[in-house]
Design a protein around this ligand. Structure first.
Ligand SMILES: Nc1nc2c(ncn2[C@@H]2O[C@H](COP(=O)(O)OP(=O)(O)OP(=O)(O)O)[C@@H](O)[C@H]2O)c(=O)[nH]1
Ligand SMILES: [Mg+2]
Length: 367
């Protein structure tokens, strides 16, 4: 057993060191890390109304008491409520149904049956809930926001309700109505102000960690980030998503599944590492265009968002040509008409200059 585990770990290490993450390795790595769930299906069921009942008033010295059957209670409703916890969907991984409580039937002495308790399903802020039967869609955008998605059934009427001048002893009552039910789909789209995009290894998670107090995992191999990471940047949320590669929209690498988490951001920061200039045919511009192509293919307005281009890891350039290459690349990228910055995480001043611009551009947008 020990030997088998050892061989398995070695295999992962070899793949990772060789920066060659095959689909199988990725699957295994992601199996060890399945915490983040951003989609869910469930069946929702509101409570049934309580039945109305037939009862008679039986009091001492009142030989013929009238009808006294109470109405049934109202079935519980089903609500969704937004909470600030992105892991909530993971905790429902094995849940297939959420139901509110049925109500109690009416009682004697005209007692109204107890209403069924509501069911409140807490979902992360950013969830979009679709009723698959009616197509209705609900968006949870703010913490505490609560929306009723299914109504409980009305209670039936007790026989007292049917009393009239011509029928003083009605034998009639009605059953409680069933609660509404439907199938639902929940999709989480994280709500962030800024999204970091780029090829794997561009330094996205490292940047998130240096700008915020996030502790995203960093590694010198592709696809270190398997789930989105969020960081709080002076009250604005930055989202770091897994790296994209060419063909992501056709499911290559980790695919574009995570792009929806930045579909609600105000702006994107697109990281392009200087390593591409040294190792990749076509250099940095080709790397940049590869990601732009994937953003365009994905749609949802991603390609039209404001974009800050961040040329990262200037320190990997050889000392003697560094300045010349930086100047050349800055010129090339500035032609795109977007803000361009160069950084290395080894130089605080470069990070600060970028960080100042970032805050300016978010504040400008929110004015
Ligand atoms: N030399 C140098 N290395 C850096 C810099 N920033 C990040 N790195 C390194 O680059 C590697 C990749 O960094 P990550 O932050 O994990 O990259 P990522 O873009 O999040 O990668 P994925 O999650 O795989 O998409 C790590 O070994 C970092 O230590 C930098 O400015 N200079
Ligand atoms: Mg990362």
């Amino acid at each position: 057993m020990l030997l088998r585990t050892g061989v398995f770990l070695c295999w992962i290490l070899i793949c990772v060191k060789g920066k060659d993450i095959s689909k199988k390795t990725y699957f295994l790595l992601s199996c060890q890390h399945m915490a983040f769930v951003d989609e869910l299906k469930f069946h929702g069921k509101a409570g049934k109304g309580g039945d109305g009942v037939v009862r008679w008033r039986r009091e001492k010295f009142v030989p013929k008491g009238g009808p006294a059957g109470g109405d049934g209670g109202r079935g519980g409703d089903v609500y969704i409520e937004a909470a600030r916890d992105n892991q909530l969907l993971s905790s429902y991984r094995h849940v297939t149904e959420f139901s509110a409580m049925d109500a109690d039937p009416g009682g004697s002495m005209s007692l109204h049956g107890k209403d069924g308790d509501d069911k409140i399903i807490k979902l992360p802020v950013g969830s979009i809930v679709t009723n698959l039967d009616t197509g209705e869609e609900y968006s949870l955008l703010e913490e505490g926001q609560k929306i009723k998605i299914l109504s409980g059934g009305y209670g039936g009427k007790g026989n007292e309700r049917f009393k009239s001048s011509i029928n003083v002893a009605p034998e009639e009552c009605t059953p409680g109505k069933p609660g509404e039910e439907a199938d639902f789909h929940v999709e989480l789209r994280l709500i962030a102000d800024i999204g970091l995009v780029g090829l794997p290894n561009a330094g996205k998670s490292s940047l998130l960690n240096s700008l915020t107090r996030a502790r995203a995992k960093i590694g010198d191999y592709a696809f270190t980030t398997l789930d989105p990471n969020l960081g709080d940047y002076f009250g604005y949320i930055i989202a770091d998503i897994p790296g994209l590669i060419e063909g992501a929209s056709d499911g290559k690498g980790l695919g574009t599944k995570f792009l929806r988490h930045i579909s609600r951001t105000k702006a994107l920061v697109h990281l392009v590492s200087f390593e591409n200039e040294l190792s990749r045919a076509g250099g940095m511009m080709h790397a940049y265009e590869e990601i732009r192509g994937e953003l365009e293919k994905f749609g949802q307005g991603l390609a039209e968002k404001d974009e800050i281009i961040l040329l990262s890891k200037t320190d990997v350039l050889p000392d003697d040509v560094r300045d010349a290459i930086i100047e050349k690349k800055l010129k090339e990228f500035k032609k795109l008409g977007k803000p361009v910055f160069v950084v290395t995480l080894f130089d605080d001043a470069s990070v600060k200059a970028f960080s100042d611009e970032l805050i300016r551009s978010i504040q400008k947008d929110s004015q």
